[in-house]
Each structure stands twice: as C-alpha cells, then as structure tokens.
Design a protein around this ligand. Structure first.
Ligand code: GCB
Length: 603
C-alpha cells in the first residue's frame, strides 16, 4: 500500500461511510501562491530568441558551462561576448511571445528570458521561485546557479531559491522551449496555437522557514469540514491552527513527523452552488505564517443518468473556452481576463464552463468559484499522444498531479477530464484507465470524465460504445453534426443510444462562421449556417435521454495553425460564438435563448 493511500485511510477512518479519498498530491507546490508574502516578478523581461540553442550548446553540440544563463558581460573592451540581455528586446511577463511581435508569431523553439530584481534575503526565511506556467519546457537559473527544470506547459512549478538568492540585486534566467515533440503531452498535433513563453504569473515567494506548505478542505459526509495541512520546514514542533471565522469554527492539530496534520472542524457550511456561490474565509496558521483562502463546500455525484449537485439533479448549461483573452490577442492570464471570459459565459446563460484542453490559469478557477460557474478541468491528453509509452504516461500523470494539487480546493470544479478525442486501442484504454484511477486516488470528491468522439455512427443514429465509457463517471461526447458530417437539417432527427446508465454531456458541437459574414444558411462560414447548426443540434439534444449538460465549441474564435483559409480563417478557428474582438454572432443568441428556456432545470 502506498504512503498516499494509507494516508487517505488514516484521514477518513473516523468519518462514517466516507469512501472518498483526498490524498496528498505527489506534486509538492506551495498552496495559494498568489496570497503569499513575496514579490511579483511580472513585468518586462529581456529575451533572446535562440533557434539553434546557441546559448546552451557549443559548436560541438555539447552543453556549455557558461551559457546564456550566466548573463555574461564583457570584462574589458577586448572581451568577446556575443549577446547582451540588458540591450535585448523586452517581452511582458506574463505573456506568450507569439502575440508580442509579428516576428515571433510562428516561432517554435527556445527563447531565453532574463530579469534582474532586488531582494532582501533574510536569515530564517524560505524563498521560492514560483512560475504559474511556462510552455512547454523550462530550465531556471538564479544568479547563474541552476535551480531545476519543468516539463508541461499549463501547470505550476517552483524551486527553492536556497542560498542562490543574495541580498540586493539578483537575476533570474529561464530557458523556455516550446518545440513540439512526439513524446510530449500534448503531442505534435493540436488544434490550438502553441503559444510559448512565461505565460503566467512569476513570483519570488518569501515564507518563514516553518510554513504552511499545502492544505485541502473538503465537506465530510456528515456535513462538517475535514482535511489536511502539510507544513514545511520544522515539522512537529508547533501546532497548526485551522479556522473558519464566519462559522465560528477553529481547531489546532499537531503535524506528524511527515509534516502532515489531519483535521476536522465542527462547522456546518452553507453549500456552494451557481445560484449561491458562497465562499468562506479559511485561515491556516503555522508558526509565524497565516494563509487565508476562500473556499466553498458542495457535493457532486451521479445517480444513474443524473448529476447531483448538493443532492439535487442539475443540468449543465455550458460553453467551452480556450485560454485566450477576449478583446486582445494571446493567452489569457490575469484576473481581469478571467472575469471577462467568465462573465461572457454568464451572459450567455451558463452555469458551467469546459476549460479546454489543458489546465487554465489559477485566476480562472478562483473567478469561477466567485461567480458561481461549475467547471470541467482537463489535462492535454489530446488526440494521438503516444499511449504506448510509459514516459508519456508519466508526463500526463504529472500534469494531472499538478492540476489537482493546485485546484482541489476550488468548489467550482466538478469534473476532472482525462482526455479529449483519443482513438480507441488497448494501450489507450490502459493509459486513460490508469489516469482515472490516479485522479480518484488523489481526489475522490469529484467526477471523472473524458471527451469521446468514437461512437458507432450511421445516418440516423449514434451508439455510445467506446469502452472508455465504462471507466469514467460522466461520458463526454464531441459531435459535429452539420459541420464535419451530415447536413444541419439531418441533425434533429439523429437518435443517440447508450447502455451505460451514466450521465452524458455533449462536450462539443458547433460550426465555423466569420462574424459579419451573412448569406444563405446553406453557405459555409456565414453566421446563418452556424446558427442553423446550433438550432438543429439543440433540437437533437432534446432527444438525448441521458444528456445532463452541454458545452458547445466554443465561446470565442481562437488561434490555430490548422486553419489557414485566407479571408475567413487566417489562422483562427472560427467556431466561436464571438469573434476575437468580442462581436457576437447569430449563434450566440440561439444558444442564449435555449439556455434561458432551460434555466429552470436546476441551477
Ligand atoms: C474537436 C476538438 C477541438 C477542435 C474542434 C474543431 O473535436 O476537440 O480541439 O478545435 O474539434 O474545431 O474541429
């Protein structure tokens, strides 16, 4: 039995009939990094674009001892140094490089990031360099000292600065490489832009040597609050305090030698829901540190073909979203970006969003908690990743760990999605089955899903028979009736069959339209065609007896290298309900009206 499993049993042994695991994640990340003391390293960074990795390898293609990471300056006028960060171009962080400068638009490869900063390195403090994400592979040096590497473009990572940090001026160099490779997650082929760079917040976090490292709060089966706290630094010496002031609940517990303390609070929180997204201030204290978070409590489960939120059936009125900003180019990363995207979903009548196809930034999840949107969160196990490779499996599992470690306290997340549109094979069944088991082991308080595009089809019916349906709790179906096959008018007559007795979500459907292009409903790319596809698909879903929600594709047009059609696509996937500047297409109103009519089906 693994340490993690035995921990889960230990935590819940006293909880009557609690079969839910909330085990400690493998990923060791400071919980709630944005609320910690420290300094933001967002802002202007200097960059060197390095397609040949000249800053890393010498002319024999051997790693250099004094690559760009030492940020050398000529010692004398005679000294030859062929780069200079201080006079190199500036790129804002957070930000993808592609949308900063036309020359970087299609670039895939290595870019070196450099930033100098002032820090007060005080004794007895623990300093951590935290990155919200870097796409895809990152290596980090502080004052020329190597701190470590991370792979995976959408999850956080961090390194203890240790004694590499000095009192006064410091510099950090990050090598970010977004080359696509067959053995990555995702792999070489996706339908989204491969934005490179330091795409999310960067912070130098400053916590006491004895500090709160991580914590998890869950609603226990008896309606009270339970969980665990992991401390860093000196463990066992002092007690951990946990309180929810608004519920008058407080307890103190001593961590074990492993730094972990489990707790139960005699509290009866009101349930979080889209109709009432109530969040509580929770305070976790250890030694000199107090971390405050805002956490909601709710239950989610399935019963036959129903999804129950807080014990009541709910219908998920959703929309899919890529992590691209509304109203400007490039990756979304800020709280304001998150608010704009999620408020647009609410205006559409949604109570649910599918955050496709990778973990979005933390602001999105916190904003969903605040605004009352249920969330489908997913890892980029997309299309044809190499299901036969154990190394690839470990990369996928790592990203799952990091996502769950970061987000497991967010009430909004109800679905962990393991994969999108993966082709049927035994290797894929084992791979995704292992991921699902791993997700349940880490977090048994949510449902597991995957988006499938592998139904048996004929002109009049679709049979949900992908073997993966047996493994997941909720079956996601991506189906483009009226766009990639069939005529829109045929969709309403399509009938869907499933013998799994599980809820189904239509996780994608849609069609492309250029905003402002009008014409016949039979003409591709017109708003009329797209609206027609929506009308007929919405008529179809009314006959899907197991359907408990939908998240059509997609809120906003998004960048994709697979979409070159001049004058129409110009490297935008045009299936958005709004275009890149926020202009609403006719289909927006079709879906909004449908959701208005269904608003009473549980909220
Ligand atoms: C899909 C994929 C999504 C694509 C979409 C499309 O099925 O899941 O990533 O962008 O179709 O537009 O074709």
């Amino acid at each position: 039995m693994s340490w993690r499993r035995s921990f889960a049993l230990l935590l819940f042994a006293p909880v009557a009939a609690c079969a839910q695991g909330v085990a400690l994640p493998d990923a060791q990340l400071l919980q709630n990094p944005l609320a910690r003391d420290g300094i933001s390293l967002n802002g202007d960074w200097r960059v060197i674009v390095d397609p040949y990795e000249n800053g890393y390898y010498n002319h024999r293609y051997e790693p250099k001892g004094d690559g760009y990471f030492v940020a050398r300056r000529p010692a004398s006028p005679a000294d030859l140094v062929e780069y200079d960060f201080r006079t190199s171009p500036v790129v804002p962080v957070p930000g993808d490089w592609n949308s900063q400068d036309e020359r970087y638009f299609f670039y895939e490869g290595t870019v070196w990031y450099y930033r100098a900063f002032e820090a007060a390195a005080r004794d007895g403090r623990h300093y951590v360099l935290h990155f919200g994400a870097a796409n895809y592979a990152a290596q980090v040096w502080l004052n020329g000292r190597y701190l470590g590497a991370h792979e995976g473009g959408f999850t956080p990572f961090e390194f203890a600065a240790g004694d590499a940090l000095v009192d006064g001026e410091n510099f950090v160099v990050v090598k970010v490489d977004n080359r696509r490779e067959r053995d990555q997650v995702p792999t070489v082929n996706t339908d989204w832009w491969n934005y490179g760079g330091l795409t999310r917040d960067v912070r130098l976090i400053d916590v006491p040597a004895a500090h709160v490292a991580d914590y998890r709060f869950v609603l226990a089966d008896d309606g009270s609050v339970a969980g665990w706290v992991r401390v860093g630094g000196v463990a066992g010496a002092q007690a951990v305090s946990i309180s929810i002031p608004d519920l008058g609940a407080r307890t103190t517990v001593r961590p074990g030698a492993d730094g972990v303390a489990t707790f139960r609070l005699d509290a009866r929180p009101e349930r979080w829901s889209p109709a009432s997204p109530v969040l509580y201030d929770v305070i976790v204290g250890y030694g000199d540190e107090q971390v405050t978070d805002r956490i909601g409590f709710r239950t989610i489960e399935t019963r036959g073909e129903d999804i129950l939120l807080n014990g009541r059936p709910i219908f998920l009125r959703g929309i899919s979203i890529h992590e691209e900003a509304l109203g400007r180019e490039g990756r979304a990363w800020s709280e304001a970006d998150a608010r704009a995207l999620l408020e647009a979903a609410i205006e559409l009548g949604c109570n649910f969003v599918r955050l496709a196809h990778y973990p979005h930034n933390e602001h999105m999840l916190r904003m969903a908690d605040e605004l009352g949107l249920l969330v489908w969160a997913e890892i980029p196990v997309y299309w044809t990743i190499d299901f036969n490779s154990d190394a690839v499996y470990r990369k996928a599992e790592r990203q799952l760990d990091e996502m769950i470690a970061r987000d497991a306290n967010r009430a909004s997340i109800v679905l962990w999605s393991m994969a999108n549109e993966t082709p049927i094979s035994d290797a894929r069944f084992d791979f995704i089955g292992r991921l699902a088991a791993h997700a349940r082991e880490l977090d048994g308080t949510r449902l597991v899903t995957a988006a499938l595009d592998t139904q048996t089809a004929d002109r009049f019916q679709r049979i949900i028979d992908d073997p993966l349906s047996a493994v997941i709790d909720v079956i996601g179906i991506n189906s483009y009736c009226g766009w990639y096959g069939d005529l829109p008018a045929d969709c309403a007559a399509l009938r869907w069959h499933s013998d799994y007795g599980k809820p189904v979500i239509l996780s994608e459907m849609g069609a492309g339209a250029l905003a402002g292009r009008h014409g016949d409903a039979a003409a591709r790319w017109t708003e009329e065609y797209q609206a027609d596809v929506y009308r007929h698909n919405l008529a179809m879903v009314d006959h899907m007896t197991a359907l408990r929600g939908l998240s059509p594709w997609i809120l906003k047009d998004f960048r994709s290298p697979r979409r070159p059609l001049p004058g129409i696509q110009d490297y935008w996937n045009r299936k958005g309900l709004v275009d890149e500047s926020g202009t609403r297409k006719a289909a927006w109103f079709v879906l909004r009206d449908y959701y208005r009519a269904r608003a009473g089906d549980g909220s």
